[in-house]
Ligand binder design. Structure first.
Ligand code: BGC
Length: 762
């Protein structure tokens, strides 16, 4: 009897202990994962690999579907025939692992409560497109777009933005940002340029890494969130610049240009990666074993999890047509290495069938589930699945975050032209100023991937009124969308200009997601020309013809070819999408309260025919110039003016020769020879003078932001390990070749802005 009692107690104790293994935070994550995995049914495992759309988002979108939509194209997107109660039931059953498009803490908590009722109580992971701030939710800080961050050449501030974004994300229960977008933007026709850090592999790598580190830190604190490097790969140089269209790109170019930021992101520990919509050289990225297995897992030894992009597994079948059914597409993708499906129905049943049919092994499923569960444990979701609903008001749009957004905007606005030092504007000289253009008083300044933030958004007009309060601003409304500009409003502006001392035109593109079908720039808004849309150029030309000094400010994601403006208008600013404090920052720059310091993270082409014109082109790319038109870009990469002058002198190299494993130190003196303080972005480029395989005419390898008072000088030093000179030789081996290399330091990628010295690598 006694023995039996001991046995029973022993059994109860051990089952209690074993029941607690995966729930016990003091046990290593790896063991918790294995313990949980052992307890999971096949259904539960497959469910962890699936994501669904937030219920409120679904309801809104379903309500907007017309009959055709409901029946056809949205059948797999918003699944109108699946009742909301069914999705709730699946969540309770533990066969949904993640949600996206959830925008409030209340909804996140509601869904989490359902998940916590499931057999094993595995928490949900909420993902969101927090691209520049958590701006898809209301009342958040919309920081400047990623292209602005690129132009700031300011890694520390980029880190800070990511950190603050994470802090705002967790107030609504979001622990996974679908950012950074580390694509290399080389084609301005492509609508997503604004969400990238520009065209240069090095700059994009540096910025992407800062975002990963800023979002994640060590993934062990309550405000740490998962980063997602995306989209792998080459979707930023698609055929005709059109999103989703094929990328036919050599392995060399992939490795030299498109892979480096992803490699940097995986090295920085990015927990997740999103695959690109497009095919690469005939194989959709979503079923591309070479990319997902050989490169990511094999070569780079990366252990995070891979998520599909929106409906892209379905598109393998419906769009690329490299699978004859949806089920076949799921099969190909999982076997090629994909871990999570964004998003929706059919996954559960079809994947289960595939496993039961032996076409996908359960071990392959286990691999993915392990990766996903690991992140959930790391984030502490099992211990803290819910969000404090009161946190939001305390954290979001706080004074500190708004100040960071202002700093970031100031650092990211590029002064392109300033003839006769028209800028900064003098309030004494220009007492009455005409303000017009579609972006003069528009929240479009927030850019793509942002809701409009109401009163909190500093539009340009608002900013001007705050900053230059002795000036009489005459605002002539042109609406906010260039597609719908009216001749009568153009005429009104021209008429008003007669009484004004200066014209200020805030032009550009239209990007709000809330007006999806009418936008001109942003995701899926690819263009066959790069001109200003609508009557904008006409407005500017007519205002110029009034003879009053005219200043143009551009707000857009992609670069615009404004050749006429560059030739005629004396002052031009490219502000891209500077975010919630953008209007104020633009006004501060116009009125000289802030000295502009940003440099272009992307070349501005003269016209659409210059696509793809990048600064790091191969030597033969400009052998024959274009006929009839100027061959040079309108503005080159790395270019941007200041209100002061910087002089570069005394370039010095520590040695004129080094070994293939050695290093060189390059230094240069920079002096502020102008009359006001300012920040300069000092850029270091290299060129491999002669090589077995052709190399770019120059490549950015380092940069530094330095602040100098008038008359001040500073010596800036760069250490260049020979590794930075390496490239893929003819056998695709990563190698440092001996021979002559040119080191260039200066204020832009243009030859005339660079001092140069050669070294020999032996
Ligand atoms: C975009 C992704 C995004 C996803 C979810 C897709 O259309 O390509 O970048 O993360 O939607 O919103």
């Amino acid at each position: 009897m006694k023995k039996l009692l001991i046995l029973i107690i022993g059994f109860m104790f051990s089952s209690l202990l074993s029941a607690q293994v995966y729930k016990n935070p003091s046990i290593p994550v790896k063991d918790r994962v294995e313990d949980l995995l052992k307890r999971m049914t096949l259904d539960e495992k497959i469910g962890q690999m699936n994501q669904f759309l937030g219920l409120e988002y679904l309801k809104t979108n379903r309500a907007n579907l017309d009959k055709g939509d409901a029946k056809n194209k949205n059948e797999n997107v918003f699944y109108p025939h699946t009742p909301i109660s069914q999705i709730e039931a699946w969540t309770k059953q533990g066969i949904i692992g993640s949600y996206l498009m959830v925008f409030t803490a209340e909804e996140a908590n509601y869904l989490q409560r359902l998940a916590m009722q499931s057999r094993l109580g595995i928490p949900l992971l909420f993902g969101i497109d927090a691209i520049h701030g958590n701006a898809m939710c209301d009342n958040m800080t919309t920081y400047p777009s990623n292209i602005n961050a690129g132009c700031s050449f300011d890694p520390e501030l980029t880190y800070k933005i990511a950190r603050e974004t994470a802090e705002e994300m967790v107030t609504v229960g979001m622990r996974w940002a679908f950012n950074p977008n580390v694509e290399i933007a080389r084609d301005a026709r492509w609508g997503r340029v604004g969400e990238t850090f520009g065209e240069d592999p090095y700059l994009v790598s540096v910025m992407g890494e800062q975002i990963v580190r800023g979002l994640q830190r060590n993934l062990n604190q309550p405000t740490d969130v998962l980063a997602c490097i995306k989209h792998f790969v080459a979707g930023s140089q698609p055929l005709n610049g059109k999103n989703v269209s094929p990328a036919d790109i050599s392995e060399r170019t992939l490795r030299e240009v498109f892979f480096p930021p992803f490699k940097a992101g995986t090295d920085a520990g990015a927990a997740t990666l999103m695959v690109a919509h497009n095919e690469v050289n005939g194989i959709p990225c979503h079923t591309n074993q070479w990319l997902m297995q050989d490169v990511l897992r094999g070569e780079w030894k990366w252990a995070g999890f891979i998520v599909s992009d929106w409906m892209d597994l379905e598109h393998v079948w419906e769009v690329h047509k490299t699978a004859s059914s949806m089920k076949e597409a799921f099969c190909q993708a999982i076997n090629a290495g994909l871990d999570m499906h964004m998003q929706g129905i059919h996954w559960q049943d079809m994947v289960k069938e595939l496993v039961l049919e032996g076409r996908i092994s359960e071990e392959r499923i286990n691999q993915s589930v392990r990766r996903i569960l690991t992140t959930k444990f790391q984030l502490g979701l099992f211990e803290h699945p819910y969000t404090d609903e009161k946190l939001r008001g305390k954290v979001c749009q706080s004074q500190q975050h708004m100040q960071t957004a202002l700093e970031a905007a100031r650092n990211s606005i590029v002064l392109l032209k300033n003839e006769g030092n028209l800028l900064p504007l003098s309030e004494q000289k220009y007492k009455k100023v005409l303000v017009t253009g579609v972006n003069a008083n528009s929240q479009n300044i927030l850019g793509d991937w942002s809701n409009w933030m109401g009163d909190k958004t500093s539009t340009v007009l608002k900013g001007l009124e705050e900053v230059a309060n002795h000036t009489d601003f005459i605002f002539v409304d042109q609406g906010t969308n260039p597609r719908f500009m009216k001749y009568e409003n153009v005429a009104k502006a021209v008429n008003a200009a007669k009484d004004c001392d200066l014209n200020l035109v805030i032009a550009g593109e239209y990007m709000p997601r809330s007006d999806w079908n009418n936008r001109t720039d942003g995701e899926n808004l690819d263009r066959s020309d790069l001109n200003l849309v609508g009557l904008q150029e006409e407005l500017i030309e007519k205002l110029y013809a009034t003879g009053k000094p005219t200043v143009v400010v551009l707000i857009n994601g992609r670069p615009l070819s404004t050749e006429w403006i560059s030739e005629h208008i004396p002052a031009l600013i490219e502000a891209f999408a500077p975010g919630i404090q953008g209007g104020r920052a633009i006004a501060e720059i116009l009125y000289g309260k802030v000295n502009p310091s940003a440099k272009l993270a992307i070349t501005i082409p003269r016209n659409v025919g210059q696509t793809v014109k990048v600064y790091n082109e191969k030597p033969s790319a400009s052998f024959h110039p274009f006929t009839l038109t100027d061959d040079s870009p309108l503005y080159p990469f790395g270019y941007g003016l200041s209100y002061t002058k910087f002089k570069y002198s005394n370039m010095h190299l520590s040695t004129s020769e080094t070994s293939r494993t050695g290093k060189i130190e390059a230094s240069i003196d920079i002096s502020n020879t102008g009359s006001r303080e300012g920040t300069e972005v000092v850029q270091l480029y290299i060129r491999d003078c002669y090589s077995n395989v052709s190399r770019p005419v120059k490549e950015l390898k380092d940069f530094r932001r330095i602040f100098l008072k008038p008359g001040e000088s500073q010596t800036v030093s760069f250490v260049i390990p020979a590794e930075k000179l390496a490239y893929y030789n003819e056998k695709m081996e990563w190698t440092v070749e001996s021979g002559e290399f040119e080191i260039m330091i200066g204020s832009s990628s243009e030859d005339r802005d660079l001092l140069k010295k050669s070294i020999i690598v032996k």
